[in-house]
Design a protein around this ligand. Structure first.
Ligand code: URP
Ligand code: ZN
Ligand code: ZN
Length: 536
């Protein structure tokens, strides 16, 4: 207590709260929940155990009573776009308001995307994003890098980014024709390169050529409103691209992460591929799990346009629950938000042409509570699974585990005292993002963060966001060859890939019939579609 009788907390990278003792809570990891106290020192978890006591004469310690509450790892949102230059404007939540909104909702690590323009060096884009983020973030962050064009020399940049700059994932856009879209031949190069440097390939899966043609036809037919956005990119356009990306991943033996899985059929493509043994991961987002594409048919233009993102929300109202069920049973693995917000004024750039409405919605602040409401309260996710899909799985895939996504000695002190019974009504008026529309406005959700600690700094106390200093978060490098992803890939590399048949060299010789088949003994390529023929 300070002289005014309030608890004093020093926020800031250089002065994290020296010690924090969280008492009487129930600790939840992805595999276990148990009652324990947690001691935090200098930004790291230094002890986890029953009835921890502070040494005598200890000063500068804040004690948080978590009785009746859960203590969970801070959320990891693997998909956001803060201050993204896109579609002739720039997304309105920058790295400050975006990360403030994140921590307000219980997310303490975000992963953004450095997206070069066509022809721009990947390294330059990365440095630009680092500069934007470093000066503003209030929680830790990592970066994916997008490959939006291709030439051989980019292999060296990807290698450098992975080996030196802490980037282990590269995203390809199969849509946004003439802007970010790659064709199949270039994608194969990027997948091959990812594989060679121990990185993860990511895709935005939509058939961009089909979308472009549909846009042309819809506008010609006089459909210019936001409903045209949804109709130009129907489910099968997403599913086809998802299947194509999975095929390329399988052929190149490269791990694949499908961002923003928005439809039943795309989700089933991921689930089916996993059941066949492919190393593929799927990420539904908060918007797709909590609302649907009927919003595009709302008669208020502003409302409909606010929901425009790609791939779009699906008009089938049973889609969100379907995606949640796949998340619950492990067919899908993580939850992102694709938080990429544009004000109503920015959205109005597409007033007369839906294809000019900047694509993107909010979610970074709401994701954790929406997952609790729609996943845990419905009996689909238990506490451990909630932690798995909101932090641990993403941390494992992108190789920042157990630094992130786990409560154990040595892990970063990114912690949330979670009130499972607390509730709130989501509102544009009270949210912390800069955007002037919240697609979840009016939803009543249970499960809220009561206290949030990021890097050993208390940023939310008793449900109240504290004043936050820009630049107090740090960049977290993601290292290549994530064991969670690559152990199976490495093993598969040991299995012969191609089959050569030894035959006599005279093409005119008499046809011989083999009796009982051993045409290619010992060569049974896995997952390449040849095994049926080889076994004859
Ligand atoms: O509509 C979206 N998703 N906007 C952000 C860019 C992207 O495609 O992820
Ligand atoms: Zn995308
Ligand atoms: Zn995105």
């Amino acid at each position: 207590m300070d002289s005014a009788g309030t608890r004093s907390v020093i926020n800031g990278r250089k002065n994290p709260t020296k010690r924090i003792l969280i008492k009487n809570g129930k600790v939840v990891n992805d595999d276990l929940e148990f009652f324990a106290d947690i001691l935090v020192e200098d930004g790291i978890i230094s002890a986890v155990g029953p009835q921890l006591e502070l040494p005598a004469n200890t000063t500068n310690t804040e004690v948080i009573n978590a009785e009746g509450k859960l203590v969970i790892p801070g959320g990891v949102d693997p998909h956001v776009h803060f201050q993204l230059p896109f579609m002739g404007t720039c997304s309105i939540d920058d790295f400050y308001s975006g990360t403030v909104a994140a921590v307000a909702g219980g997310t303490t690590t975000i992963i953004d995307f450095a997206i070069p323009t066509k022809g721009q060096s990947l390294l330059d884009a990365y440095k630009q994003w680092r500069q934007w983020a470093d000066e503003k973030v209030v929680c830790d962050y990592s970066l994916h890098v997008a490959v939006t064009w291709w030439k051989e020399a980019l292999k060296d940049e990807m290698k450098l980014l992975t080996e030196v700059h802490g980037v282990n994932s590269f995203k390809m856009f199969m849509a946004y024709k003439d802007v970010f879209q790659l064709d199949d031949a270039d994608m194969i190069h990027v997948f091959d390169c990812c594989k060679n440097i121990g990185a993860i390939a990511q895709v935005h899966a939509e058939n961009g050529d089909m979308v472009a043609e549909n846009v042309r036809r819809l506008l010609a037919a006089g459909i210019c409103g936001p409903e045209g956005h949804e109709q130009s990119r129907p489910e099968e356009v997403e599913a086809e691209a998802t299947n194509r990306a999975i095929m390329i991943a399988n052929q190149t033996n490269c791990p694949l992460y499908v961002v923003h899985v928005m439809s039943k059929s795309a989700a089933m493509s991921v689930a089916d591929a996993r059941r066949k043994g492919c190393v593929v991961f799927g990420e539904p987002i908060a918007a797709g799990l909590a609302t649907d594409g009927r919003n595009y048919y709302h008669t208020c233009w502003r409302h409909a346009a606010a929901h425009v993102l790609s791939p779009p929300l699906r008009p089938d109202p049973s889609t969100p629950e379907f995606l949640m069920n796949l998340l619950a049973n492990g067919d899908l693995q993580t939850t992102g938000t694709d938080h990429c917000t544009f004000s109503s004024e920015q959205k109005a750039m597409g007033k007369n042409d839906f294809s000019k409405i900047p694509n993107g919605v909010n979610g970074v602040e709401e994701r954790m509570s929406l997952l609790w409401e729609k996943g845990v309260r419905t009996g689909k996710l238990d506490h451990c699974k909630f932690v798995a899909v909101t932090s641990t799985n993403a941390a494992k895939i992108f190789n920042i585990y157990p630094q992130k996504g786990r409560i154990q000695v040595g892990s970063d002190a990114d912690l949330v005292v979670w009130d499972p019974d607390g509730s709130k009504t989501i509102s544009t008026k009270t949210h912390h993002a800069a955007v002037d529309f919240n697609i979840f406005d009016g939803m009543h959700v249970h499960g809220v963060p009561r206290d949030v600690i990021t890097g050993g700094r208390i940023v939310v106390r008793d449900g109240q966001l504290l004043p936050l200093q820009k630049g107090t978060g740090k960049f977290v490098p993601t290292l290549p060859y994530s064991p969670y992803v690559y152990s199976r890939i490495h093993q598969r590399d040991k299995i012969p890939k191609w089959v050569k048949v030894d035959r006599d060299s005279d093409p005119t010789s008499r046809v011989r019939h083999l009796s009982g088949g051993s045409k290619a003994e010992g060569h049974k390529p896995l997952l390449r579609g040849l095994s049926d023929y080889v076994d004859g």
